[in-house]
Structures are given as C-alpha cells and as structure tokens.
Design a protein around this ligand. Structure first.
Ligand SMILES: *[C@@H]1O[C@H](CO)[C@@H](O)[C@H](O)[C@H]1NC(C)=O
Ligand SMILES: *[C@@H]1O[C@H](CO)[C@@H](O)[C@H](O)[C@H]1NC(C)=O
Ligand SMILES: *[C@@H]1O[C@H](CO)[C@@H](O)[C@H](O)[C@H]1NC(C)=O
Ligand SMILES: *[C@@H]1O[C@H](CO)[C@@H](O)[C@H](O)[C@H]1NC(C)=O
Ligand SMILES: *[C@@H]1O[C@H](CO)[C@@H](O)[C@H](O)[C@H]1NC(C)=O
Length: 389
C-alpha cells in the first residue's frame, strides 16, 4: 500500500515537472513584438527630380550597417520609365539615416531599371545588387539594348559600386528573358547541400512578352560571376493565356531553413485557390521546387502584392510581412511561424491604412526591421520591431 502511494506521489511529481518544463519551453517561444520606432526614408513628390519612390529593399551588411534601396521613378509612378536607384545607410540599427544617394541612373530611356535583389557573399564580403533593364519590352524599337539582367557590386558594403555588368554576357540564356529578381534580398546558402551558393529567385514573363509567367531562380557557385537559371514554379495551364484562378507564381522571396532546404514565399498573382500566399520548397539548393512541395497558406491572406520572409535564428521564427487583406493593399502586418514556416498563427498589425511592397531584415538578437510602401505609394518607411524574446 505505502509503496503504491509513494509510486503515485513520484509519478505526480514527475507530471508536475513535465508541466513546468513544457510551460517554460512554450514561454521561450512566445513573443510579444511591438513597433519600437518608425521613420520615413523617402517621399514621392510632384516637385524635384523624382516623381515616385517604390520597391523598397533592406539588407544588413556584415559590418552591421543597414542599407535601404528603392526605385526612384523620375517622371511617373509607372513600372516602366526612367529611374535612379536610391540608397540610404544607417550605421546605428536605423536610429538615424545618411542622405539618399543615387547609385544608378538610366538617363531618359523609355523603360529603364527595375529592382531587384541585394545579396552579400560572406566569403568575400562582396555586395551585389541585381536588377533588370528594359524588362517591360518598351525599349524594343527605340535602339536601346535588349532587356537584360544586370549586376553592380560593392567591395565596401555600398560605399562604392562597380559599373553595371550584363549577366547575359556569361550566360546568354539571360538575355531577353524578362526576368525580375525578387524584389527583396537574395541569399547565400549556409548549410549543405550547395553551401556557399548564391541564390536569387524572381519571376519571368517569358521571352518576347509571351504570357508565360513563372518563378525562376538564378544561382551562382563562383561568387557571382556565372549565374545559371533554374525553373522554380511554372504557371498553369502551361502555354495558355492565364485568367483569374489560374496558377501564376509571381514575385518571390526565399529563406534557407536550418536543414538546408530553401523555403520560397510567392505572390499568387491570379489568386489560385485563394487570395493568399503560395509556398514551395527546394531540397537541391534552388535547382528545383517539386510540385509536391507547393502549399497554399490560407492564413496568409494577400491582395496580390509583394511580401517578405525572414528566417530568424535558424528556424526559431520565420517572419512574414505583407499588406494583409483580401480587399486592397492596406493593413501592413507581420506574421510569424514557430514551425519552420508551416503555420503562421501569430500576428502584429503595423499599419492599417494603405501599404504596399515590404522587405524584412535581421537587426540584432532582439530586433528585426522592415521597409514598406506607406500611404499607397506616398512614402517608403522604416519600422524597427522589438521582439521581447
Ligand atoms: C567581412 O566584413 C566583416 C565586418 O566588417 C569582417 O569582420 C570580416 O573579417 C570580413 N571578411 C572578409 C573575408 O573580408
Ligand atoms: C521588337 O520585338 C519584336 C517581337 O519580339 C522583334 O521581332 C523585333 O525584332 C524587336 N525589335 C527590336 C528593334 O529589337
Ligand atoms: C552553369 O551554366 C554553364 C554554362 O552556361 C555550365 O557550363 C555549368 O555547368 C552550369 N552550372 C550548373 C551548376 O548548372
Ligand atoms: C527541412 O525542414 C522542413 C521544415 O520542417 C521540412 O518541411 C523539410 O522536409 C525538411 N527538409 C528535409 C530535406 O528533410
Ligand atoms: C487587418 O489586420 C487585422 C490583424 O492585424 C485583421 O484583424 C483585420 O481583419 C485586417 N483588416 C482587413 C480589412 O483585412
């Protein structure tokens, strides 16, 4: 009898211990992030040399500096048209920002530059800005160069930049592909397979304006000299003009999970299945994204816009930002996943009104940040978020 009671007591104590341990574990993963500061980086205006700032990108350099980039559209808000690429730098986690500088200028061409992805090769510290030229075909017939994928590089974290290099010179398949990288940041694989590989995904509308939008990836195993193309996700039904409800993968951002798998979060351009995000995975360093890995993330509602994804601390959190609405581009919201991007049950509302494209970055072990198009395309704003880990 006594022995039995003792055993029961021991069992109960064990049960309590388990309970306490599991509460402690869940506490470690529960965060209550909040916006700690917001600053406007660019403002669109009817006066001056820039009409509209769009397509914000942010990326932390290995020395801790944050670089923010945007398209500075000279004469109108249209995607096509002449542009500068604007950049600002912060060396104190975004508390203050240096002046806006134009690092690229396409003069007065009818189409011009478009962003684009930013990558850093941590082996060499070489920073790369990949962008396109004449991607909307409007340069056709004007004597301008054919559309192409270009890259400028910086040896000093964005203080100086090279002349643009046409990536089609080393891989002619990139010529006239009408490929739009990202927009956002690209990655370098930190785990096998293909550790060290540089990868940037985007979408292409098919050569010569064919209606064949698909998600493609470029990858380089030689530090960014030769970029090979791989098919990410093809649009369906293949070879036919697409209509609402068809599968048309568009703008994309990728992260690497700690097991070396690449997770892509993709704009669902024609609202296939739902007004929500598409996710897919690659198990071979971005060479292929098996159709069996495709998932429609119904909790990540999306009005058909560019979103952003960030792997924080080797799968501890996968963050996702977008204009979280099925009605229009409003309601910038941060979601996060604690199961490597499988489910996104948690959210933080950042701005209820007009919000467009966004891009996330790591800041430090208790902060992330994002840049986003605010009040439709009036401002590009920087937001720093404290995680309270
Ligand atoms: C890259 O930059 C970081 C930060 O400035 C520095 O610590 C590191 O040594 C650099 N690596 C190389 C290969 O230059
Ligand atoms: C413009 O595009 C059309 C169709 O893609 C092509 O046949 C033509 O050669 C192009 N013209 C120039 C000047 O590139
Ligand atoms: C990349 O493309 C080049 C030719 O364009 C080819 O020689 C090389 O094998 C390709 N590399 C990979 C990893 O596919
Ligand atoms: C890597 O982890 C993800 C998320 O848990 C999983 O879906 C994927 O199958 C894993 N990859 C491999 C190669 O096991
Ligand atoms: C905006 O986001 C909040 C969550 O942050 C959600 O409850 C609300 O329904 C969203 N509004 C619209 C119009 O989608």
């Amino acid at each position: 009898m006594i022995k039995l009671t003792m055993a029961k007591l021991a069992l109960n104590t064990l049960r309590h211990l388990f309970l306490i341990i599991s509460i402690l574990l869940s506490v470690t993963y529960a965060i209550t992030p909040f916006v700690i500061e917001e600053q406007l980086l660019w403002e669109s205006s009817d006066e001056g040399e820039v009409s509209t700032y769009r397509i914000p990108i942010i990326k932390q350099m290995p020395n801790g500096d944050l670089l923010a980039f945007s398209e500075a559209r000279k004469y109108s808000s249209a995607d096509a048209g002449a542009k500068f690429i604007a950049m600002r730098r912060s060396s104190n986690s975004g508390q203050s920002w240096g002046p806006s500088v134009f690092i690229l200028n396409d003069y007065k061409v009818p189409d011009g530059l478009n962003l684009g992805t930013v990558l850093v090769d941590s082996i060499t510290n070489n920073t790369m800005l990949i962008h396109t030229f004449c991607v909307h075909s409007v340069c056709n017939g004007t004597g301008q160069k054919p559309s192409g994928v270009f890259m400028v590089t910086s040896p000093d974290f964005g203080h100086s930049w090279s002349e643009p290099v046409n990536l089609g010179e080393k891989n002619p398949k990139l010529m006239d592909l009408h490929f739009d990288p990202g927009p956002g940041y690209g990655i370098q694989k930190q785990h096998p397979p293909h550790k060290g590989r540089l990868i940037t995904c985007g979408h292409a509308d098919g050569a010569n304006g064919a209606d064949e939008r698909s998600m493609l990836c470029l990858h380089s195993d030689d530090g960014g000299v030769i970029w090979n193309i791989s098919m990410g996700l093809a649009g369906l039904p293949y070879g036919q003009t697409k209509k609402t409800g068809d599968f048309v993968p568009g703008e994309v951002q990728i992260v690497e999970l700690k097991n070396g798998t690449i997770l892509a979060n993709v704009r669902n351009t024609y609202n296939y299945h739902c007004k929500c995000r598409i996710q897919a995975m690659s198990f071979d360093g971005g060479s292929s994204f098996p159709t069996t890995s495709i998932q429609l993330k119904e909790e990540l509602l999306d009005p058909d816009v560019c979103g952003s994804i960030l792997n924080f601390n080797d799968d501890q959190f996968i963050f996702f930002s977008n204009a979280y609405s099925i009605v229009s581009r409003i309601n910038l919201t941060l979601h996060w996943s604690t199961d490597a991007g499988s489910t996104y049950p948690n959210l933080l509302n950042i701005y209820g009104k007009g919000s467009g494209y966004s891009c996330l970055t790591y800041v430090d072990k208790n902060h992330i940040a994002l840049v986003y198009e605010k009040d439709d395309i009036k401002f590009i704003s920087y937001v720093r978020i404290q995680l309270n880990l």
